[in-house]
Design a protein around this ligand. Structure first.
Ligand code: DHB
Length: 310
């Protein structure tokens, strides 16, 4: 076991880092670049039954503090990612597949097909896509979320994870965790997706910066780090039988370490990967290794959940 090795669902990872779904993972060549990078694993773009071109451009913009996007689920359709999973070397690097059907039935069709393919792909069921006009997020409707997890558990019938949006109220942490805890096959929880429906304004042009939804979109990067850490820690505390994947505001080894302390087993990189490219993983690993050594932790798992309260 090396200084950086990590684990999730009993699977070993060379290190805890991977991309956040949506970044550098729509096409096979982008996934190949992640495979070739220093990331410990990788996740595919959230997929739907049929291919989608997504929302009109510009649909992503970087700002000094992060990013805003309203991509609208551009993806090649689930068979394209299942095909990638069929040819992927899972022993060399674990592969997650993000699933974001537009309806419960769409998700069940995809989960049945993934189960049928019988490859060691790890499903991350996206309950938090904020960017399809006219579609509310499943995870902000606890009854819909319960129905989705009941059906997914029945149809997929093996361990999977869920991608969650941020919550901002303790009562919502409690209720969301209670729903997740009803489903033992929900083995991991990824916190967080972007903070949805924010608005970035460019004062020079007195304008929004992305075209879809009158400029409204999900934000990531520095804007979201404390919210991400709170959600990681809230679900780590409330879901002791589940593992947590942290996502939000990671741009150096310091934020990776914060996510570990809050309770994450693995850590995803979104905005910073989009801005810096897959070379970021070698830098983050080096920074994390230096930090863990300086702090006297033998590996990332040793730091997991070690956050102190006052
Ligand atoms: C998109 C954005 C998300 O945050 C998500 O979870 C899925 C899809 C998108 O706009 O493509």
């Amino acid at each position: 076991m090396s200084l950086l090795s990590a684990s999730l669902l009993g699977i070993e990872f060379a290190n805890p880092l991977l991309n956040a779904s949506g970044v550098h993972c729509r096409y096979h060549d982008e996934l190949d670049a992640l495979f070739q990078s220093a990331a410990g694993s990788l996740v595919t773009k959230s997929c739907t039954l049929a291919p989608r071109t997504g929302n009109p451009e510009p649909r992503y913009a970087a700002t000094p503090l992060g990013s805003i996007n309203s991509m609208g689920l551009p993806n090649e359709g689930y068979p394209y990612y299942l095909d990638y999973a069929q040819r992927h070397d899972h022993a060399a690097k674990p592969l997650f597949m993000s699933v974001a059907g537009l309806t419960l039935d769409d998700n069940m069709q995809m989960l049945a097909a993934i189960r049928e393919a019988a490859r060691p792909v790890i499903v991350e069921l996206n309950l938090s896509c904020p960017n399809v006009p006219g579609k509310p997020q499943i995870a902000y409707d606890f009854e819909a979320m319960d129905r989705m997890l009941e059906a997914a558990s029945r149809v997929y019938a093996q361990p999977f994870g869920v991608k969650m949006p941020p919550y901002f109220d303790i009562a919502h942490f409690d209720e969301a965790a209670a729903v997740l805890n009803r489903y033992p096959l929900v083995a991991f929880v990824t916190c967080i997706n972007s903070i949805g429906n924010a608005l970035v304004i460019d004062i020079e042009h007195e304008s929004v910066v992305i075209r879809p939804k009158d400029g409204f979109g999900g934000i990531g990067g520095d804007y979201v780090l404390p919210t991400a850490l709170a959600n990681v820690n809230a679900f780590h505390r409330r879901c002791p039988a589940k593992e947590i994947i942290g996502c939000g505001g990671v741009k150096s080894g310091a934020e990776v370490f914060m996510h570990l302390l809050a309770g994450a087993s693995l850590v995803q990189v979104g905005t910073a990967l989009q801005e810096e490219g897959p070379g970021i993983f070698a830098r983050l690993n080096a920074e994390l290794a230096e930090l863990l050594a300086r702090k006297g932790y033998a590996n990332p798992q040793a730091a997991r959940g070690k956050l102190r309260t006052l």
